[in-house]
Design a protein around this ligand. Structure first.
Ligand code: GDP
Ligand code: IMO
Ligand code: MG
Length: 424
């Protein structure tokens, strides 16, 4: 059975977790393949909210196995806190939640360095979540990071490895005039959690290969979104991993030939947290209204999300980069009751019209949106099947579908599982 990949089509928070949870009922294994505690993935089950950060969002069914994949950067202390929350909500994680031995560890100095680097950027801040993601991936690629598998070292060896790493990090932090961390204290903190962490660790790439041969049905859960991808996103206002389809392969160990559905998740409008260009941003009262209606405040940092109209130029680009086989459109309900809707179909720059997403953030920043107007629909409950949706809501969906040349096979009209329309 081919794997289904869930990928954000915008700047994150598209509602990926809701769709992962929805699809998980007939899948067996969920693998988070990149990112770390920068993600905030909310699932609402029977009115109860579950916020996941590092643990995959597909664990709310008893039959599922969850894997924190090799492409992730994992803060083991936050993992244990999140796990406590999961267990106290009555979810059994025993023998069905695993962490890749090849995943990188986010060290305490990574989040400090994240903040120090942000302050140093002065007016060119990225708006990082401060979770140490950039510095952790930097160490991974410099081949000087710690991996989750290192928790399996003998205690003395683990202690001296961590103490040595902290000493080196102190030299990096000194550049910013930051106080030193105690190598012994940090090494001791890691030794203290070693027994709690070690039984989650597996060589998950081989586990994934075995389960794939057994015909298990996989969901590969992306974090962030295409426009935050380190290669394809609005650099430097991006995260430090590949949140696009390539990341699903390298970050899980699944071979490309095992991929089936590549599902792009798009919100019916656009949001962005942190800095960076955003052509359709609404910096007025209407943007505030969208934020209130859509409860657009970050799950991880609580920051207000910037809101704007649907951007087809960016959406087409995301579709091409990932080769989406289908789309899930979320938060359609948030647009109900708005008289006139706008969809950006092109940009204007220096008097010239373009319909291709520019690779340079400096150019994107100068792009002004060119809109098509669409009539809205009345406020109120949205129907349980496609035909029951108001005519103008269907027109809006079909316009996006035509422009993106991709089937919109799921429409989400609320945070709950039942508020999902499947179009066969
Ligand atoms: P993710 O990071 O892509 O998983 O998205 P988040 O969980 O950060 O943000 C999406 C938010 O919208 C969550 O609070 C969801 O519960 C909520 N949500 C998801 N789908 C819908 C929908 O169709 N309508 C509404 N009103 N809320 C939704
Ligand atoms: P989910 O998975 C929205 C943004 C940050 C910042 C930039 C870099 O919930 O969609 P980082 O901490 O990764 O170095 O921050 O990326 N960002 C997100 N925005 N949703 C997310 O995750 C995000 N993860 C990171 O706001 O602009
Ligand atoms: Mg989120």
């Amino acid at each position: 059975m081919p794997a289904a990949v869930i990928i954000g089509g915008q700047w994150g928070d598209e509602g990926k977790a809701k769709i992962v949870d929805f699809l998980m009922s007939d899948h067996d294994v969920v693998v988070r393949y990149q990112g770390g505690a920068n993600a905030g993935h909310t699932v609402v089950k029977e009115g109860k909210k579950f916020a996941f950060h590092q643990i995959p969002s597909g664990l709310l069914y008893p039959h599922t196995t969850g894997i924190l994949g090799n492409g992730m950067v994992i803060n083991p202390f936050s993992f244990l806190k999140e796990l406590d929350g999961v267990i106290s909500n009555g979810i059994n994680a025993q023998d069905r939640l695993f962490i890749s031995s090849s995943a990188q560890v986010v060290m305490p100095y990574h989040s400090i360095l994240d903040d120090l680097k942000e302050s140093d950027r002065k007016e060119r801040k990225i708006g990082s979540t401060g979770k140490g993601i950039g510095p952790a991936y930097s160490d991974k690629h410099a081949r000087s990071g710690m991996r989750m598998g290192d928790f399996l070292l003998e205690k003395e060896e683990l202690f001296s490895k961590i103490a040595g790493m902290v000493k080196k990090a102190n030299r990096k932090m000194a550049i910013y005039g930051a106080p030193e961390l105690s190598p012994r204290k940090i090494a001791a903190d890691f030794i203290n959690i070693r027994d709690l962490i070690e039984h989650f660790i597996r060589d998950t790439q081989m586990m994934v290969a075995d389960m794939n041969s057994q015909g298990k049905r996989f969901i590969l859960e992306g974090a962030q979104g295409t426009l935050l991808d380190i290669d394809h996103g609005t650099y430097p206002y991006v995260t430090s991993s590949n949140s696009t389809v390539g990341g699903a392969i390298t970050g899980s160990g699944i071979p490309p030939s095992a991929l089936g559905r590549v599902i792009g998740i798009y919100k019916a409008y656009v949001t962005r947290v942190g800095r960076g260009p955003f052509p359709t941003e609404l910096e007025d009262q209407f943007g505030d209204k969208l934020r209130e209606r859509g409860c657009e405040f970050g799950t991880t940092t609580g920051r207000p999300r910037r809101c704007g109209w649907f951007d087809l130029v960016a959406a087409r680009y995301a579709k091409k980069i990932n080769g989406f086989s289908e789309i899930a459109l979320t938060k359609l309900d948030v647009l109900s009751g708005i008289e006139k809707l706008k969809i950006c179909h092109a940009y204007e720059i220096d008097g010239e019209r373009i319909d291709r997403f520019p690779a340079s953030s400096a150019i994107l920043d100068k792009c002004r949106p060119v809109y098509t107007e669409m009539p809205g629909w009345e406020d109120g409950e949205l129907g349980g099947n496609y035909e029951e949706l108001p005519g103008n809501a269907r027109k809006y969906i079909e316009k996006l579908e035509d422009e993106l040349e991709t089937r919109i096979s799921f429409i989400s009209t609320g945070p709950g599982r039942r508020e999902t329309i499947i179009r066969e």
